[in-house]
Design a protein around this ligand. Sequence first.
Ligand SMILES: *[C@@H]1O[C@H](CO)[C@@H](O)[C@H](O)[C@H]1NC(C)=O
Ligand SMILES: *[C@@H]1O[C@H](CO)[C@@H](O)[C@H](O)[C@H]1NC(C)=O
Ligand SMILES: *[C@@H]1O[C@H](CO)[C@@H](O)[C@H](O)[C@H]1NC(C)=O
Ligand SMILES: *[C@@H]1O[C@H](CO)[C@@H](O)[C@H](O)[C@H]1NC(C)=O
Ligand SMILES: *[C@@H]1O[C@H](CO)[C@@H](O)[C@H](O)[C@H]1NC(C)=O
Ligand SMILES: *[C@@H]1O[C@H](CO)[C@@H](O)[C@H](O)[C@H]1NC(C)=O
Ligand SMILES: *[C@@H]1O[C@H](CO)[C@@H](O)[C@H](O)[C@H]1NC(C)=O
Length: 386
Amino acid sequence: MGSSCPRLAVAVLAVRPLEMISAQDCEIVPPWNGDLGDCPQTLSSGSSCLPSCRTGYELAPEGGVARCRLGQLSLPTCHPSACNVSEAAGRIEHLATLGDCPEVMASGGFCEPECMERYEPSGNLSCHFGNLTDVDCLLVDRCPAGEERLDAEMVETPSGGSCVPCPLGTYKSDEGPGPCQACPTNSYTNATGRTSSQHCSCPAFYYEQRNALDELLFCELCPNHSSVVGSATDGRQDCQCDEGYVEVEEHGVERCRPADPCNVSDLLENLTGPEDYKLKVGSCDTYAETSMLPSGKQCSLLCAAGLGAQLGSDIFRAIDLTIACQDGVLERRPPEGYVWCSEASWEVPPLVFLGLTTMATILGAAALEVRQNHFERQYAKALRGW
Ligand SMILES: *[C@@H]1O[C@H](CO)[C@@H](O)[C@H](O)[C@H]1NC(C)=O
Ligand SMILES: *[C@@H]1O[C@H](CO)[C@@H](O)[C@H](O)[C@H]1NC(C)=O
Ligand SMILES: *[C@@H]1O[C@H](CO)[C@@H](O)[C@H](O)[C@H]1NC(C)=O
Ligand SMILES: *[C@@H]1O[C@H](CO)[C@@H](O)[C@H](O)[C@H]1NC(C)=O
Ligand SMILES: *[C@@H]1O[C@H](CO)[C@@H](O)[C@H](O)[C@H]1NC(C)=O
Ligand SMILES: *[C@@H]1O[C@H](CO)[C@@H](O)[C@H](O)[C@H]1NC(C)=O
Ligand SMILES: *[C@@H]1O[C@H](CO)[C@@H](O)[C@H](O)[C@H]1NC(C)=O
């Protein structure tokens, strides 16, 4: 046996040169993006072999072999690898169906799988040289504007947490996940399911600031002794001092201080008295004790029955006996000078305005004529009594 081996080897060597020159053998050129694999350089007629492809490529047709027949070589090609979508799909949680995805997708293709209810794919599945992009089914917490998930904890369970209207004092502008937002501090909504902070309102005594979209920015208390007048939509200027208070600015801050009353002590002392020709306190009686007339208030002095007020000797001029106070200043008061009560000015109706009408002139002149003596006596008496 040992001696037969070399002889056989010689016989084989003697045959091979014959094969190499056979015109029916095929010279193999490796496919694009591949190499010879298990193929020899020269494939003899009638045999086949399997070339291989680079990673990311696969033989097409699948499992295709290189075959030589009478000098004619049929060689498979290397195509970019397709992806087995159904295999990958098995690993995706919360996936419902493959959607428009084929079971096997060519490289460069993409498709959108379908997730279970309330889940959405994070993107499209796409195939790149046999690699399939990772896609997850993500929970989408979609409640419409003005609604939020009833129980956010329950959201992971398939049936958990239905959408409910935003509670009072909150709103949600957009469709989507997340809870309703609270209205700005101190503000409220008058109904549930609100969709914008436009619907947030400030309570009484607060003024509000809104932006150009009418969305509420904040509610602030009006300064002490002031409150909102009307519908508070213009911000701070809606705060108006309460009655009896006036606005002052101190160090750039506006506040409301009590308005000053008027001291009418001297006025009452001068004008009023028990004598007929003196004025009576009238409705100013309320304030006579303290002699202080509060700001914003007014009262009237009067003459005793049958007497009229006049200034000095002027019986024609109408005398305003009202006293009105505005923050420490008498806005109205009887004229400066000697105001007293006389029969003459009672009987001659005072001419309220300086524009004398003919009628008034005639009337006045006639009355003056008649009353002249009487008036002089009264005046003299009054001056003596003063
Ligand atoms: C496929 O993905 C793997 C791992 O992500 C990577 O190593 C490989 O290079 C990719 N192949 C191609 C052809 O993109
Ligand atoms: C894709 O993968 C699935 C599961 O692994 C397998 O059953 C199926 O035969 C594969 N399809 C192809 C075309 O390779
Ligand atoms: C998936 O592809 C479709 C079709 O091109 C496209 O309309 C869609 O926006 C893509 N989806 C994602 C999540 O990228
Ligand atoms: C509720 O507030 C809105 C403004 O946000 C207002 O238009 C509506 O009249 C209010 N409704 C009631 C009942 O107060
Ligand atoms: C407003 O009034 C409250 C209570 O009366 C008082 O505590 C507070 O200091 C006042 N604020 C100002 C700015 O005067
Ligand atoms: C008002 O004025 C009188 C006289 O000027 C004065 O005596 C009195 O004290 C004043 N009253 C008050 C409360 O200031
Ligand atoms: C009171 O009368 C005197 C004298 O007639 C006058 O000077 C003074 O201004 C009067 N006072 C008031 C408050 O009217």
